[in-house]
Design a protein around this ligand. Structure first.
Ligand code: FES
Ligand SMILES: [Fe+2]
Length: 447
């Protein structure tokens, strides 16, 4: 499924009245960590080609309105939060979260002018430490309560970066599990070699070592369409040259622009690829570390956020952690990559499946239906399990927590930049001690 220019743009472009723009507008998108509003309650944001201002007023109500004042176009990013709404800093016009003008203080006292002034406004809600926005047609669907966002007994941190490329390049990576051997194996190894860090970073069971020993062809890929996206399996077999026959599930593609960590991990990382416009992506790594029953997670009043760096202070690319390697693979494909000359191989079957699914869901939206993952049933939305509850603590039960804990991902991945990482390590240690002290029963439970 090589995409000619027109078909490619159909899947990439997200502006108003474009097929993909219309599909994307059917979903709630995370636009900022809520912690950013503690630093400054008024922030400029760009999403789906629109420049907007996110604010929290003095009653703690969130709002997302146009970035230019309806009076004479001054930027609302310097607006003053009021008990109700945001006041323009030029002549003081006040707007509430619905975009309605409530006050024009320099106009005559009895003026009703304000009643006829309104600006763009979109619904916003907070969930899981993120602010989510809905830019689509009314009535807005429910903000889905994916399990990762609402799991209790967990500690979280949120990493963000702005990438100079189209969202689809990032998301196609979610259908491409075979890249690990090279990008996070051989290339990781080569990067550490160049930096003179091979010895230091090889001390533990680090990512590049677990990948680099693998041959590029020990597994067959299988992709399955599921309720919420596409599941991916790597099937190892002796026939293909693997040591054992085994099936491993890789990250789950959550339609249309996210990924969810594999089942049962103590560390569960999701990524959201939010289109800012056709050539920029707001990339979020959402990191959740869960404890089993009996090990209490550290308390968090607010989920901390951090910048995921792409370059160092000299402007040189940083490449010695997993997400940086992925991001470099995406932005080096170009601002909006030309897919008309691709040479797709057998490992690209997931990418092809995803492009077809996008095309199909665009048609669903165009036909007036709700595309995949638009949620309207409140009963279903109490918590939406992406990992079946009985498999949530799989790694603890099977003892695989050890490989997670000792894997060294706080060195190997973006987690290392997060301010909660010390607490995470301490938490992991307690989980390990707890698990070691218990004997697994045959049925997988604990005595
Ligand atoms: S430009 Fe905003 S009040 Fe005048
Ligand atoms: Fe990757």
């Amino acid at each position: 499924m090589v995409l000619k220019k027109e078909a490619n743009e159909r899947l990439c472009r997200v502006g108003q009245d474009t097929p993909m723009g219309d599909l994307m507008r059917r979903y709630w998108h995370p636009i900022a960590p809520i912690a950013r509003l503690d630093e400054n309650p008024v922030r400029k944001v760009r999403i789906l080609g629109e420049d907007l201002v996110l604010f929290r007023d003095r009653s703690y109500k969130l709002g997302l309105i146009g970035n230019r004042c309806a009076h004479r176009n001054t930027g609302m990013q310097f607006g003053i939060p009021e008990p109700e709404g945001l006041r323009c800093f030029y002549h003081g016009w006040l707007y509430n979260s619905e975009g309605q003008c409530l006050d024009t203080p320099l106009e005559p006292r009895d003026s009703t002018f304000k009643d006829r002034v309104r600006m763009t406004a979109y619904p916003v809600e907070e969930l899981g430490g993120l602010v989510w926005a809905y830019l689509g047609p009314a009535p807005a669907p429910l903000l889905p309560r994916w399990d990762i966002l609402v799991w209790p007994n967990a500690i979280r941190q949120i990493g963000v970066s702005i990438l100079p490329c189209n969202w689809l390049q990032c998301q196609e990576n979610a259908l491409d599990p075979s890249h690990g051997v090279y990008l996070h194996g051989h290339f990781f190894h080569y990067t550490l070699e160049r930096l003179g860090l091979l010895e230091e970073r090889a001390a533990d069971k680090t990512t590049h070592r677990s990948y680099v020993g693998a041959r590029p062809d020990p597994f067959a890929l299988e992709f399955q369409l599921s309720d919420h996206g596409i599941r991916k399996f790597q099937k190892y077999s002796k026939a293909l040259g693997s040591k054992t026959d085994a099936v491993r599930e890789a990250k789950y593609m959550l339609f249309p622009n996210a990924t969810i960590g594999a089942e049962g991990g103590i560390r569960s990382e999701s990524q959201f690829r939010v289109p800012m416009d056709d050539t920029h992506t707001y990339h979020i790594t959402y990191q959740v570390y869960r404890g089993p029953e009996g090990v209490e997670a550290p308390r968090q009043d607010v989920v901390p956020w951090f910048k995921v760096p792409v370059t160092d202070e000299k402007g040189e690319p940083i490449l010695d952690y997993v997400l940086a390697q992925d991001m470099a693979a995406w932005w080096t494909q170009g601002e909006m990559t030309d897919r008309s000359h691709e040479k797709l191989g057998t490992t690209d079957s997931g990418v092809i499946m995803f492009r077809r699914l996008l095309d199909q869901q665009i048609k669903v939206a165009q036909g007036g239906g709700d595309p995949m993952n638009v949620v309207r049933d409140p009963e279903m939305n109490d918590i939406i399990h992406l990992t079946p509850p009985e498999r949530e603590d799989l790694h603890v039960r099977e003892g695989a927590y050890r490989s997670q804990y000792h894997k060294g991902y706080w060195m190997d991945d973006a987690d290392r930049y997060g301010s909660a990482i010390d607490k995470v390590q301490e938490f992991m240690q307690r989980i390990e001690e707890f698990s070691m002290a218990r004997t697994p029963r045959r049925d997988g439970g604990f005595d």
